[in-house]
Design a protein around this ligand. Sequence first.
Ligand SMILES: [Zn+2]
Length: 450
Amino acid sequence: MAEPRVRETTDEGARDLQDEATGVDAAAICADLIRFDTVNRGEGVAHPERPAAEHVAALLDEAGVAATIVESAPGRASVLARIPGSDPAHPAFLVHGHLDVVPADPSEWSVPPFSGEVRDGCVWGRGAVDMKGTLAMTLATVRRRLREGRRTRGDLVLAFLADEECTGDHGSRYVAREHPEFFAGCTEAISESGGFSVHAGGRRVYPIATGERGTTWMRLTARGTAGHGSKPAPDNAVAEIAHAVSRIASYEWPVRLTPGVHALLDGLADALDTTIDHDRLDAEARRLGGVGQLFSGTIRNSANPTRLDAGYKINVVPGVATAQVDGRYLPGTGEEFLATIDRLLGPRVTREFLNYEEAPAADPAGGTFAALGAALRAEDPAARPVPYVMAGGTDAKSFHRLGIASFGFAPLLLGPDLDYFGMFHGVDERVPLEGLAFGTRVLDRFLDTR
Ligand SMILES: [Zn+2]
C-alpha cells in the first residue's frame, strides 16, 4: 500500500475530475453488482453470494487490499478486509453492508430486475437502493483513497455480508461469532438505512439511523385435552391460541417516546420550522407526510401475529395449537414489552423465542453523528441531518453484540420525485447516477474524519 500523503486541495479542477471519476466508478460497480443474482428468499433459501463476493474481493485486490472471503456454508460468502490506518492507537472503524437482495418479479418491472441497466440518469435493478448502490459507493471511495494514498487514522474495516435479508445467520451473525478478530478495536460503524434526502416543505432532511427496534420472533403454544370433535372441550387448544392471538392483534400499544425518537422529533421540528404535538403523534405523522414515516413506526412497540398452525382433522380436537408472532420493541422497553405479551397470553399459552435480538442504539449527540452531518452539509449546504430509529432491523444488531454501535448512513441525494422508502424491496428500484456521485463525495469526506 502506498504511503499516505497530504490531500491535494489547492487544485480544485483536478479534485473535481477525481470526484467525477469516483462517481462513474460507483455507478459501474453498482450495475455490475446488480447483475449478480444474489436473491435471498428467506428461511435458508438463497442464491449463493459467492460470485458477487469474489467480484468485490477482486475490486479490493486491484486497489492493493488483501480481502478474505469467508463462508458459513457452501456459497454463502462474505468479504472481510482490514485496511491499516496511520495511527495504530486510534479506534478502528467499520463499514458494513450486505450482498444479498430480496426477490423481484420481472413481470412487474419496467426493466429486467437484474440487468443493471442505465436509463434516464439512473442505475436500475434489484438492490440499486438496498443496498448494492451503497456497496458500490464504498468500494469506489475506498479505491480512490488508496490510489491517492489517503488512509484513515484508525484501521478501516470493511464487511460485505451474506444473508442480511434473512436472519444474518450466514452473514453478520456468522462473521461476528466466527471471525471477531477482524473487528477488533472497532467501536462504531456505518451501514444502510440513512443519510439519504427526504424532501419536506421545500427542505431536505437527511435521517441518520441511530438505533433499531429489537426483534422478538415468538412461537406461542396452547395445550389442551385432545379428543372427539363431538364432545365438550373446555380446554380446546385451538380456541385458546385463537383467543391469545386475538388479544395480541387488538392490543393498542401505548406511545413510548424513547430518547432516540425524542431526538428525531426535536430535530424535525427544528429542520422544518414547525411544532410537533407529542400528544397526537399519529396525526402529526400523517400531516408531515414522507418525514412522518421516520417516526410513525417507532413511537410504540408492536406485535403482529403472522402464522397459525393447529389440527389435522375436522372431528378431532388436537392437543396442541401454535402461532407465531413478530414482536418489535424500542430500545430500553424490552422488559415492559415481554410483560405485556405475557399478560395478553394469559396462563394457558406459553411462548418461546424463535429469534431474539436486542435493540441497538448509537449516540445522536456524539462526535460521529456530528461528523456524518458535517459531511452531508459540506456537499449539500441545505442538508438538515436528523437522528432516527429504524422500525425494523439490519445487520447492526449482530455488530451490537461485539460492542459496535452502527449508524445508518448510506448517503444519497435523491430528487423530490423518487420515493426512497417505496423503492426498498419495491418495484423499479433505481438509484440516480448523481445521487451515487454525491454519496461518494460525502463518504470520502466522512472517512477523512476517521
Ligand atoms: Zn438492506
